[in-house]
Ligand binder design. Structure first.
Ligand code: ZN
Length: 309
């Protein structure tokens, strides 16, 4: 039995209306930036939609029914899945690793994340990495506000997959929609916000912590971006310490089979069926422990995130 979730939304200065108009979510406002589809975080805790556990928060399911998660250990649900749609550029940011976050952020987890680019405009770019060669140069560029020199912008297209390890400077730019898989953490250090104002004030920056955690030199572009082959079938996009991510292109029929404590599925394009249940773009669901095989029918694109094998 798959477990479906009712998402939670966040409204942001760079948000827009696409999550309603393109994705069909029933959320008002013209500043919808993020849809947390599978999350058990104090800033967003989704609830189960339908079935035996209807209405329970994912955090409660984790606390009270650990058997659904293959008895995975840990004081919190380890992953977080969200859709981000940007109408405007996001601030330039960086995340700490587990050690730094534990010491400096009240025991929080660090944040490793990755983005599958679901949609973007022609000639889209995003920020991944920076151009400083040494720590001294990094501090100088930041202190002197030499942002165009500092920030590494790269062209991206639909289907690119971006790997963002802690310490990587990154930012989504306007017009881009991504499906993000990440560690269950919300610790973000803002390095630069294009000197924008929110309610007449600049948003807070975290310069010292950013300087602490930014990796110098940055990971090379070819280690940060994985290009999609566009072929039908299952493709493993990433395997890291915290999670694995697979892309499935369904064109007719397709089977996915991986043995993991649990699997998290996100439909990002099209519609069809999963083991006879109707699914469509925007749906997110979990396959609990023991449910290791799924048969898809239809025309759709799905991202599956899981703990590593
Ligand atoms: Zn991030």
């Amino acid at each position: 039995m798959m477990i479906r979730f009712k998402p939670v939304f966040s409204h942001t200065i760079w948000g827009g209306t696409k999550l309603r108009t393109d994705w069909g979510f029933n959320e008002t406002g013209d500043d919808i930036g993020e849809c947390w589809t599978i999350a058990a975080h104090p800033h967003g805790d989704v609830s189960v939609s339908g079935g035996k556990y209807d209405g329970m928060h994912l955090s409660e399911l984790w606390a009270e029914h650990r058997e659904l998660f293959g008895n995975t250990e840990g004081d919190r649900f380890p992953l977080l899945i969200k859709i981000i749609t940007a109408s405007d550029d996001l601030s330039i940011q960086v995340h700490p690793d587990d050690d730094y976050a534990k010491k400096n952020e009240n025991g929080s987890l660090g944040k490793t994340e990755c983005w599958y680019i679901v949609d973007c405009e022609k000639d889209s770019k995003l920020v991944i990495g920076h151009n400083a060669r040494t720590k001294a140069e990094l501090e100088e560029m930041i202190d002197e506000g030499r942002w165009t020199e500092f920030i590494r912008e790269i062209p991206v297209k639909k289907g690119d997959f971006i790997n963002i390890v802690p310490g990587t400077v990154h930012a989504i730019k306007g017009g881009i929609t991504v499906l993000e898989s990440q560690q269950n953490s919300d610790i973000t250090y803002r390095v630069y916000d294009y000197d924008r104002m929110q309610n007449g004030l600049p948003r807070e920056l975290h310069i010292d912590k950013s300087k602490d955690v930014i990796t110098v030199p940055a990971l090379s572009v070819d280690k940060s971006v994985i290009s999609e082959d566009g072929l039908s079938g299952v493709k493993k996009l990433l395997s890291c310490k915290y999670f694995d991510v697979f892309r499935i292109n369904v064109d007719g029929e397709e089977t996915f089979s991986e043995k993991r404590p649990f699997l998290l599925a996100s439909v990002i394009e099209g519609n069809g069926e999963a083991d006879g249940e109707k699914i469509k773009k925007g749906d997110a669901f979990m396959l609990p422990s023991g449910y290791d095989k799924l048969s898809f029918k239809g025309r759709m694109k799905i991202i599956i995130s899981s703990l590593p094998a």
